[in-house]
Design a protein around this ligand. Structure first.
Ligand code: SAM
Ligand code: SF4
Length: 334
């Protein structure tokens, strides 16, 4: 039975959005996500099985979760990804997925059968050579074709673009131009610090800089500020005559912690109440003993810090000693 208070933290924030990582593996090696020398992969017996993912997801739905995003690593490389999506699709939630898009053609029917309406695809450059450099693999055409495939099949498509100085900050207007004839939402994401991703503040392209570039190209009356959905981490915009839209996700320069409704489950069954938190609550052992995971979930939420995993000021947030204690993004589930 739904119990709204069950997923509240100490600051009165309710949590109705669960992000589940179903794989630590990936067929790309994006430099900002996967450390150059890879990550220590969790042995398979310590990863959640499909049944365990479903059991945990069902518990969260009973507690009031309304939206589930499947992510990873790359979720679609997992062998039983279809089974997991179809089963999650029966929980009656808004089911979405974030993928690098490479394996999308094998999943169109599954997405439809699971009731997925929106697909987030990561693409950080529209230039093949640069795309290959950042992903350390050669899949640009496949990803681009699969974006068109999804649009043709009637899905809403959101494009995740992590902006990095001197890498793709000169493509902001190209990505906005893509929205002229494609009904996509481009999401510019500020580069965030995680273990092993060589982050430093000078690589950040801020909200203010993106706005500035926009204003050099478009007249003020052409730029429409759209209404943001409740709990939306993005500030949404549109060029008046264009089909698509774009958004800025400024987790670093304008964190959106006060309205955070998200909780994350890692592929090895640990609960993370914040992307930036380095404390995790393991659920699997308790689940495997047949005991209730509810007290663990509530304990985890009660310990959620008000801002960015407890890194309240910029100095703390930018301190490599602190952000290196967190997992790499690939092992968290973005
Ligand atoms: N493999 C899938 C993909 O690439 O879309 C899903 C997992 S990926 C970790 C989820 C999202 O996290 C991607 O859009 C990726 O661009 C984003 N991401 C990874 N590392 C990041 C970082 N350091 N800063 C900002 N976004 C990051
Ligand atoms: Fe893989 Fe996605 Fe990370 Fe790139 S961002 S390495 S595609 S998990």
């Amino acid at each position: 039975m739904e119990n709204k208070a069950a997923l509240q933290d100490a600051f009165g924030r309710g949590h109705d959005y669960l992000r589940i990582s179903i794989s630590e593996h990936c067929n790309l090696r994006c430099t900002y996500c996967m450390p150059e020398d890879g990550i220590h992969l969790t042995p398979k017996p310590q990863l959640m099985t499909a049944d365990e993912i479903l059991q945990i997801a069902e518990t969260f739905v009973q507690l009031g979760v309304k939206k589930i995003r499947v992510t990873g690593g790359e979720p679609l490389v997992r062998k039983d990804a279809k089974d997991i999506l179809l089963r999650l699709g029966k929980l009656g939630v808004n089911l979405t997925i974030t993928t690098n898009g490479i394996l999308v053609p094998n999943f169109i029917d599954t997405f439809k059968a699971a009731g997925i309406k929106t697909v987030n695809i990561s693409i950080d450059s529209l230039d093949k050579a640069k795309f290959n450099r950042i992903t350390r693999r050669d899949y640009f055409e496949a990803v681009f074709e699969n974006i068109n495939l999804l649009l043709g099949e009637g899905f809403q498509v959101k494009l995740n673009v992590v902006l990095m100085k001197h890498f793709n900050d000169n493509e902001i207007l190209d990505f906005i131009a893509l929205t002229e004839f494609k009904k996509v939402q481009v999401r510019f994401i500020e580069f965030m610090p995680f273990n092993g991703n060589d982050w430093d503040k000078s690589k950040l392209v801020t909200y203010a800089e993106i706005l500035h570039q926009m204003e050099t190209e478009f007249a003020v009356n052409e730029i429409q500020r759209l209404e943001d959905a409740p709990n939306d981490t993005a500030k949404n915009f549109k060029i008046a005559s264009y089909l698509g839209s774009f958004a800025i996700i400024s987790s670093v320069t304008n964190p959106f912690c006060s309205t955070c409704n998200r909780i994350r489950l890692t592929a090895d069954g640990k609960l993370k109440n914040c992307l930036f938190s380095n404390s995790e609550t393991p659920l699997l052992e308790t689940l495997r003993r047949g005991e209730s995971i509810l007290p663990l979930i509530q304990q985890n939420l009660r310990s959620k810090k008000p801002v960015r995993g407890g890194m309240e000021d910029d100095a703390q947030f930018q301190n490599p000693e602190l952000f290196s204690q967190n997992r790499s993004m690939i092992a968290i589930g973005g």
